[in-house]
Design a protein around this ligand. Structure first.
Ligand code: PEP
Ligand code: MG
Length: 886
């Protein structure tokens, strides 16, 4: 198989492997694609991802074969540009960039101007007629190469530049002359030599090239790249491609420029170009946040009240060409693109295009707009939006009417509201977040080394950097609110203090960020619930049209039911009745029931609970307007309802007028070594039938009552938890049926109802054929089913599960994403056997997995009738169910 692919110039682009991201990486595949549709791409070549995997496996050695292919490909670039690599008279320079199949901050990024040395720099100066440009390029190269390839501290070089500026009385880099740069390059080379124990900066251009290629390959395995992959569930064995490309120069004076742009606004999704550019600059200057970039369009510049001209105004011809390219790109890729470009002496060159990262809001708007524009169809639109990203939209935003104590503002880099304590570095962010504190990470600018801290933080604030800075891009990807480029922020790391605008603050003080406006506020600002109309509503409608499975919710309070209904829930898949037992007004009666010595005592306490439960259920039935409601009878071990602290025992003793010691003894008797496998679930109903009897009575009385009020008749679904055998269900089903008959006789009214069971134990899954004889529905309780199938306690897994995931023993946390291979089989077997017994057996899932898109895809595959998710996950489940069905 081919290991090196050329592009641009007269290179062929017809091998489909070249446009396969898994082979040539995102960057390489898109460069080939752009070249093939006639866009101006500097010629170059891509070394495949497979080669990087081989390199890492073979102890960092290049094969002779690879060396030969690279030599051929280099010759292709030389032919296309008419210059030679290393030619002292007129040198060809190249850029070297990494490019994995998915964009991945954390890896070595870019080396520019490679091919410069003490001789070729003179050639470049002569040919360009610009000494300053040549020496500036050389110093950039030494600096970048030393940083990313040789691994030297870039601070050393920045310091040398600062000292030179000071010595000459300069304020900005632009004042530095060719002669100064020449001296600075000398200084740089001495730094390199000293730092490398006497080994000088490589002058051989081929050594430079192979050094850079090796560094790209090796950057796949750096710690921060691994962390990023882990956080984003990217496999570790994909490797990265290397792109070597002829240099074009954005720093050849005022007719040259460099920039980054999106074909639509990545924050709002609006159909207007969004970008940043700099005159007379090289690529990294824009993203590094060293100079403040200018706006691309006149409209944006005016809206922002910025003075420096937009590209539209300063370089109208190149801008026109760029706009034409944007149009071609969107028509070709049928999606919003994120591009990098350079203008060299008035001519536009495309350096990169990729599908642009976007906020959830923008993703929605673009998907809906593009259907309107006829660019994509409804199904594509549904598949375009990441269900999990909807989370960003479903959560509260800052209350516009709440007072804001504004400190300063920056760029609205990633929307959403975040309040938390200020932390000044990533490690502290992680540490405090682990203590359950909300933190806002405040940095001068972020780098890939900060990823773990950004992840741990509620929001991110940076003093430098634009909308396309590292902080902004990563925050949008993670769904963290971010304000970037807030120049009014200055940080004193030594003192752990900072100044925002006129105010002095310190680490630990609370601030609030509004990622939608860029405002920074002191203290915590109240939030409001989001509005779910507009594009959100349109996409959800499309999703509903295309999904097969129903979407219900797990809810037990009328408020939760209302929220879930608002989000489109089509019923309740799980009402955990025990949550009602904890209510302040009832816990006393519950404890009385538990502590009773005999059935009569228990019944007395249960009588007090009956009206309470009845009104709970009635309220829920009213809220759900005849939609199906699955109500689960009591599940947890009874000791969960007992007090644990001495003061609580004393209080209880006083209110029940029972001796404290007696209470403690009873509580002691309830102690279990393994309560999750102990006296819980249907075992409670078997041993204390009066508890289930009371609950069933409350359900049927409430159902009759609400049905009698008119409106849609209530059809309760009574669910028995933790069943392992048919006999258990048989006994309890009879109890429920008898109770129903009694209530109906008393009321002289009837409602339809179903009795079913949860499938939460492996035995129940295997014996589903038999159990289905007693059940009208199954609901997979995959929380317990995962716990019991894996033999992993769901309450203790936190302590050892993450190393398990790190080591790849489990690809994901099996309590978040269903272990399809193992637990999934149990679900599949139970579904099959259950339906073999009862063809119309209703099947659902109500474990946490019911709100997880990947698990939902599995549920579709095995043909479940519905999924049930917590209220805020309902829209996610609707979209994921539609995607699964497509
Ligand atoms: C389950 O086990 O998946 C379930 C939904 O029940 P609970 O989480 O209440 O144990
Ligand atoms: Mg359970």
């Amino acid at each position: 198989t081919q290991t090196v692919y050329t592009f641009g110039g007269d290179a062929p682009h017809n091998d489909p492997r070249q446009r396969d991201k898994t082979v040539t990486g995102g960057k390489g595949a898109n460069l080939a694609e752009m070249a093939s549709i006639g866009l101006p791409v500097p010629p170059g070549f891509t070394i495949t991802t497979e080669e990087s995997v081989r390199y890492l496996e073979h102890g960092a050695a290049f094969s002779d074969e690879l060396r030969a292919h690279v030599a051929d490909a280099l010759a292709h670039i030389e032919r296309a540009v008419g210059k030679s690599f290393g030619d002292a008279a007129d040198p060809m320079l190249v850029s070297v960039r990494s490019g994995a199949a998915v964009s991945m901050p954390g890896m070595m990024d870019t080396v520019l101007n490679l091919g410069l040395n003490d001789e070729t720099v003179e050639g470049l100066a002569r040919v360009s007629g610009d000494d300053r440009f040549a020496w500036d390029s050389y110093r950039r190269f030494v600096q970048m190469y030393s940083d990313v390839v040789l691994g030297l501290d870039h601070g050393l070089f920045e310091e040398a530049v600062e000292i030179a500026k000071e010595d000459n009385g300069y304020f900005t880099d632009t004042e530095i002359t060719a002669e100064n740069w020449r001296a600075i390059v000398d200084e740089f080379k001495q730094i390199v030599k000293a730092e490398r124990g006497g080994e000088p900066f490589p002058q051989d251009v081929h050594e430079q090239l192979w050094g850079a290629i090796g560094a790209v390959f090796a950057s796949w395995d750096t710690e921060r790249a691994k962390i990023y992959r882990r956080l984003n569930s990217i496999p570790h064995d994909m490797g990265t491609a290397v792109n070597v490309q002829a240099m074009v120069f954005g720093n050849m004076g005022d007719t040259s420029a460099t920039g980054v742009a999106f074909t639509r606004d990545p924050s709002t999704g609006e159909r207007s170009y969004y970008g940043e550019w700099l005159v007379n600059a090289q690529g990294e200057d824009v993203v590094a946040g060293i100079r403040t970039p200018q706006y691309l369009t006149k409209a944006r510049r005016e809206a922002a009240g910025a003075e420096k001209p937009s590209m539209e105004e300063a370089m109208p011809a190149a801008y026109e060409e760029l706009a034409r390219v944007f149009d071609l790109l969107e028509k070709h890729y049928k999606d919003m693109q994120d591009i990098e470009f350079t203008v060299q002496e008035g001519k536009l060159w495309m350096l990169q295009t990729r599908t642009g990262k976007r906020t959830a809001k923008a993703a929605l708007k673009m998907a809906v707009d593009m259907v309107d524009e006829g660019l994509i169809d409804e199904k594509t639109a549904i598949l375009r939006v990441d269900p999990m990203a909807l989370d960003q939209l479903l959560h509260p935003t800052l209350d516009p009417d709440a007072p804001r104590d504004e400190l300063a503002s920056g760029l609205p880099a990633s929307p959403g509201a975040a309040s938390g304590k200020i932390v000044l570095d990533a490690d502290t962010a992680e540490l405090w977040a682990n203590r359950e504190e909300d933190v806002v990470l405040v940095r001068v600018e972020t780098s890939p080394e900060d990823i773990h801290g950004m992840h741990a933080a509620r929001g991110i604030l940076t003093a430098r950097g634009g909308m396309t800075s590292h902080a902004a891009v990563v925050a949008r990807g993670m769904g963290r609110p971010c304000v970037s480029g807030a120049s009014a922020v200055s940080i004193n790391l030594k003192e752990r203090t900072l100044r925002i605008g006129k105010r002095e603050l310190k680490e630990g003080d609370v601030i609030t960020l509004d990622g939608a406006t860029g405002q920074i506020m002191a203290g915590r600002v109240p939030t409001i619930e989001p509005e779910l109309a507009g594009d959100f509503g349109v996409l959800m409608e499309w999703a509903d049209k295309h999904r097969r499975m129903g979407v219900r919710t797990n809810a037990e309070t009328p408020e939760d039911c209302k929220t879930a209904r608002g989000f489109g829930a089509e019923g309740i898949g799980l009402c955990r009745t025990e949550h009602m037992f904890f209510d302040a007004g009832r816990i006393l009666a519950v404890r009385q029931m538990i502590l009773a010595d005999d059935e009569a005592g228990r019944r007395k306490a249960l009588e007090k609970l009956l009206p309470e439960q009845r009104s709970d259920f009635a309220e829920i039935f009213r809220t759900m307007h005849g939609l199906p409601c699955t109500i689960r009878l009591l599940d947890p071990p009874l000791h969960e309802f007992m007090p644990s602290r001495d003061e609580e025992f004393e209080e209880l003793s006083a209110s029940l007028d029972v001796d404290v010691e007696h209470l403690k003894r009873r509580a002691g008797e309830l102690h279990e070594f393994n309560p999750m496998l102990g006296h819980r679930g249907c075992r409670l109903g078997i041993t204390f039938p009066e508890i289930y009897e009371m609950q069933a009575r409350a359900i049927f009385e409430a159902a009759c009552e609400v049905t009698a009020e008119g409106g849609d008749p209530v059809v309760p679904e009574v669910m028995i938890p933790l069943v392992a055998t048919r006999k258990e269900l048989q006994i309890l089903r009879k109890l429920v049926n008898d109770t129903a008959a009694q209530v109906f006789a008393e009321k002289g009214a009837e409602v339809e109802y179903l009795v079913g069971t949860m499938i939460e134990l492996p035995r129940a899954a295997l014996m589903a054929g038999e159990i289905a004889e007693e059940a009208l529905f199954f609901s997979f309780g995959t929380n317990d089913l995962t716990q019991t199938a894996l033999g992993v306690s769901r309450d203790d897994a936190g302590r050892f599960l993450s190393p398990y995931v790190d080591k790849g023993i489990y690809a994901r946390d099996p309590f978040v994403t269903l272990d399809v291979d193992g637990v999934g089989q149990l679900v599949e077997i139970a579904a099959e056997r259950g339906r073999a017994t009862r063809a119309d057996l209703k099947l659902g899932i109500c474990g946490e997995h019911g709100g997880d898109p990947e698990s939902i895809a599995f549920c579709e595959k095995v043909g479940l009738d519905y999924v049930s998710a917590s209220p805020y996950r309902v829209p996610i489940a609707r979209l994921a169910a539609a995607q699964a069905a497509l």
